[in-house]
Structures are given as structure tokens and as C-alpha cells.
Write a protein that binds this ligand. Structure first.
Ligand code: GDP
Length: 368
């Protein structure tokens, strides 16, 4: 078993962990050994169902893959989640891609309120990318499930790749697989996708989807962004906090000395300033709870896993402690709870945001 590799992507085959690359069920492995058609489950599904699945990879492998990006002549398509920009950037991507062009794709545009204009959002994304040192050749907004968006993206890819291979990169959960599956559907119709391995045994679980006679669209595994909230939640809770429809902002008029709990996942304190409106942008299913700042910590201890969920009662023991970060705000600002959403405030004031240890909280120029 030690040196068996997938003939599709070159990943080392294993039968232990479904979430990791090279996974194949034992029965399929045995059958494959007989027929000589040894595929990992991911390539098997692509071949037979025109569908790619998520895999994750270790940081080390991801670094190797990123390094490889600098040594190939390719168009790099970086998919990010507009709803969670900070949780979906790949740190240092601009250094890895070297002189290759990067096309930035802001996915999940359907979850942002429609009042956010496309032009403004594109500009906003461009500015954020520049802050990260990334100079994309273009920024495209998509919803992975919108055919027109996907067709438009395909057109842009074709325009910018200039006959070269295309590497699609992104952290987990940004919708990379959904996008590629939509592309495959449009590009192939019902045809079977042929996966190939041009560098057997040396590839890092990349999946190649032919674009024309000698170029490929290459899907790469997503890396877990350590600061994503997703890291600390079960599947059910992750679904609950990930908006699947347009977010409906909710405005709370708060006096200083009031607190908002975002389920039991995070907390927002208004400490000093005039009474003002705070607009919350979170998934509809995440319940917000308003209370007095005084005694809020005791309230949390008592009710986390109860009134304040997620986390669920049986997950509380393993859920990280909340960490407090104080901000003094002067102008219209978004306070971003990485992976959850954000709160916008327009008037000056002092606030504190509490997030699980390990998850980021930051301020940014208001997106809306
Ligand atoms: P990957 O880990 O980057 O490959 O992400 P997936 O394709 O598995 O998607 C992660 C989650 O986001 C899934 O629940 C998808 O249904 C959802 N998703 C993907 N693309 C979009 C999109 O454009 N809009 C919305 N609302 N959800 C999306």
C-alpha cells in the first residue's frame, strides 16, 4: 500500500481519512489493484460524475504547492469569499506567484445585501488586495451557482490565460469546488471529464481538467486558514453561521454599557460614546442577544450552550475562551469577526469585541 499512487492526480493513496488527499475506500482499492485503474475517490468522482470534492492539505504541502506556482508559467485564479475576505486571503500569495498573473475571484456575492453595488464592491476588493501586496490583473465577482456569473468568469479566464494553464487556489470553504463544478458542467455538458497526471508521483494532489489540447484548469486542495471560525465549529454550526442567502442587516440602537452576544461565538461591548445605531451583518440563523455590559461575563458563563448557541451544550467544553480586543473608533467602520460577519458603526466610540482564542477580529474601512 505504501507506494500506491492515484493515476489521476498522483496523490499517495490511503484508506484511512476521507477528508485528506489520496483517500480511496478499501473495496475500491482492491478492485483497482485488479483492474490497474487506481484512482483516489476524488479523481474517481471527477471521472464518473463530473464532480470534484474537497480535500485539505497540510501547511507544508500547501507551501510546496505555492512554491510550484512561481516556477510555472500560468494564470493563477485566486478564489476568495467576499463575506470573509480576511479569513480567505492566502498570506504572501503575491510572493509565491512571482511574475504570474493573478485573477481575483470574489465568490458568494449573492450573500451580500443587493444594495452593495458591483462597482463599489469590486473597487473595495481591489483596495484590499493591494493592501495584501497582490496586484490582480482583474477582479471578478461570482456566485458559484449563477450560470451567468460562471460563464463570465470562464470568459475572463480564457482572456487572461493566453493559452497557459490555469491554477485555481483558495483556502477551504470559499466555494472553490462549487465554482469548478459549475465550470465543468458548462464546459463539458454530460461528457466524462478525463483526469490525467502529467507528472505521475510528483504532483501534490492537483486535479487537471482539460481546457484545450494542451492546457489545463488545475484545481488545488484548499488550506485551512487557522484564523477561520470554521476551525472551531462542528458541521451543523458551520452551516448555521455561513449565510446561504442575502444577508439582512439588522440595526441595534445601543447605549454605552450594552452588550450584544453573537450566539455564544462572540461578543460585542459598547463602552463609551453617544447612543447610536450598530448594524449587524451576520447569517440570518445566528441569533443575537442584547444584554447589559455589567454582568455580561457571568451571563455568558451561565448561558453559553443554552440561550447562547452555537456552540452546542456538548461542545462548550472544547470551545476556546473568548479573547477581548478594545477599539477606539473615529469614523464609519466595520468591526469584523473573522468568518462570522461584521458590525458597522458610524459615530465615534469605544467598543470591545470578543472572539474565540485563535480567531481574528479587526477593523476595516466600511464596505457599505
Ligand atoms: P471549497 O472548500 O472552497 O471547495 O468550498 P465549497 O465549494 O465546498 O463551498 C463551501 C460552502 O459554501 C458550501 O456550503 C457551498 O454550498 C457554499 N458556497 C459555495 N459557493 C457559494 C456561493 O457563490 N454563494 C453561496 N451563498 N454559497 C456558496
Amino acid at each position: 500500500m505504501k507506494d500506491l499512487r492515484c493515476i489521476g492526480c498522483g496523490a499517495l493513496l490511503q484508506t484511512e481519512n476521507k477528508e485528506l488527499s489520496g483517500y480511496t475506500p478499501k473495496s475500491a482499492l482492491e478492485k483497482g489493484l485488479e483492474t490497474g485503474e487506481l484512482y483516489c475517490q476524488r479523481c474517481f468522482r471527477l471521472r464518473h460524475y463530473n464532480e470534484i470534492a474537497d480535500v485539505e492539505m497540510t501547511d507544508e504541502d500547501f507551501l510546496r504547492l505555492l512554491n510550484e506556482l512561481g516556477t510555472t508559467d500560468a494564470l493563477v485564479v485566486n478564489v476568495i469569499d467576499i463575506f470573509d475576505f480576511n479569513g480567505s486571503v492566502i498570506p504572501g500569495l503575491h510572493r509565491f506567484v512571482q511574475s504570474n498573473d493573478v485573477l481575483l475571484v470574489g465568490n458568494k456575492k449573492d450573500v451580500l445585501p443587493h444594495s452593495v453595488g458591483t462597482g463599489k464592491l469590486t473597487q473595495w476588493l481591489k483596495e484590499r488586495a493591494h493592501e495584501e501586496g497582490l496586484r490582480p490583473v482583474d477582479v471578478v465577482l461570482t456566485s458559484a451557482f449563477n450560470q451567468n456569473d460562471v460563464r463570465n468568469l470562464m470568459k475572463k479566464i480564457d482572456e487572461y490565460r493566453k493559452g497557459r494553464d490555469v491554477y485555481v487556489v483558495g483556502v477551504t470553504n470559499v466555494g472553490k469546488s462549487s465554482l469548478i463544478n459549475s465550470i465543468i458542467k458548462i464546459a463539458t455538458g454530460e461528457e466524462e471529464v478525463i483526469t490525467t497526471s502529467r507528472f505521475p508521483g510528483t504532483t501534490l494532489d492537483k486535479i487537471e481538467i482539460p481546457l484545450d489540447e494542451d492546457s489545463f484548469l488545475i484545481d488545488t486542495p484548499g488550506i485551512i486558514h487557522r484564523h477561520q471560525m470554521a476551525h472551531y465549529l462542528g458541521k451543523k454550526d458551520l452551516k448555521l453561521i455561513s449565510p446561504s442567502k442575502e444577508i439582512k442587516p439588522v440595526t441595534y440602537q445601543l447605549n454605552p454599557d450594552q452588550t450584544l452576544f453573537l450566539g455564544g461565538l462572540a461578543r460585542f461591548d459598547y463602552i463609551k460614546g453617544e447612543k447610536q445605531g450598530f448594524t449587524a451583518y451576520f447569517a440570518r440563523d445566528l441569533k443575537l442577544h442584547r444584554t447589559k455590559l455589567e454582568g455580561a461575563s457571568e451571563f455568558y458563563q451561565k448561558h453559553v450552550g443554552g440561550i447562547l448557541t452555537p456552540p452546542q451544550a456538548d461542545e462548550v467544553a472544547n470551545f476556546p475562551k473568548l479573547r477581548r480586543v478594545e477599539f477606539s473608533i473615529k469614523e464609519k467602520t466595520d468591526l469584523v469577526f473573522s468568518g462570522l460577519g461584521w458590525i458597522r458603526m458610524a459615530q465615534p466610540g469605544v467598543v470591545a469585541c470578543w472572539v474565540p482564542e485563535g480567531v481574528d477580529v479587526l477593523v476595516r474601512k466600511s464596505i457599505i
